[in-house]
Design a protein around this ligand. Structure first.
Ligand SMILES: O=C(CO)[C@@H](O)[C@H](O)COP(=O)(O)O
Ligand SMILES: [Fe+2]
Length: 227
């Protein structure tokens, strides 16, 4: 079952509660936290996540593009996030951090920038509930999808199958009606979409359209059949 997570980075930050309501029926709401150090952009932090988690029933999928996630990520669980993603490039102790996020009651997820390979992290996968493969350089919405990431998605799906893991594989960046099928065929099952959802006239309909494209593309894929 394909999951579509609208990214509020492309929403109106002054109307976040209504923007969450506009994508009712989504699996998760993707919240991009940027600190202007790990990435050259600044968005929102713990107080906004706390308020948003009270304002919507949709669980929050917090993508932390910040330095020192070892210190901050657990606080996002306390703020109400149902899933917390840290970047492996920024984490000092990724296994310890994943365990701490899980122990606090959220799903633990790790992200890889486009230039970061998956292979060195094969042994770490059982510690995670989700792996995020960035399909743009993190920092901004509305960028073009990097199709050179497709082999990495495929390779990661093979590793998930090899170890027989219940690990969600998320893609983030440039996901739209023209790219989502390739991601699904390659092995992704969780799709973040910012501009493709909030740039649409009817965001809820855009979510439904993306979900149906992803589901039909993955229906015959080897990895979905084997699962
Ligand atoms: O993490 C990020 C950007 O760094 C994303 O979550 C973007 O918000 C995705 O936006 P689109 O590429 O879908 O417009
Ligand atoms: Fe993101």
């Amino acid at each position: 079952m394909a999951q579509i997570n609208p990214s509020i980075l492309s929403a109106d930050f002054a109307r976040l509660a209504q923007e969450a309501e506009a994508v009712r029926g989504s699996d998760w709401l993707h919240v991009d936290v940027m600190d202007n150090h790990f990435v050259p952009n600044l968005t929102l932090g713990i107080p906004v996540v706390e308020s948003l988690s009270r304002a919507t029933d949709i669980p929050l999928d917090c993508h932390l593009m910040i330095e020192d996630p070892d210190r901050w990520a657990p606080q996002y669980v306390e703020a109400g996030a149902g899933s917390v993603t840290f970047h492996v490039e920024a984490a000092a102790a990724p296994v310890r951090l994943a365990r701490e996020i899980r122990a606090k009651g959220a799903r633990a997820s790790m992200a890889l920038k486009p230039g970061t390979p998956i292979e060195p992290y094969e042994d770490l996968l059982p510690e995670l509930d989700m792996l995020l493969i960035m399909t743009v350089e993190p920092g901004f919405g509305g960028q073009a999808f990097l199709d050179i990431m497709l082999p990495k998605i495929r390779r990661t799906r093979e590793l998930i199958a090899k170890h027989d893991l219940e690990l969600w594989l998320q893609v983030d960046g440039g996901v739209s009606a023209s790219t989502i099928e390739r991601c699904a065929e390659a092995g992704a099952d969780v799709f973040v979409a910012g501009s493709a959802v909030y740039g649409a006239e009817d965001p809820a309909q855009a979510v439904a359209g993306l979900r149906s494209l992803a589901e039909s593309a993955s229906a015959d894929a080897w990895w979905a059949c084997a699962h």
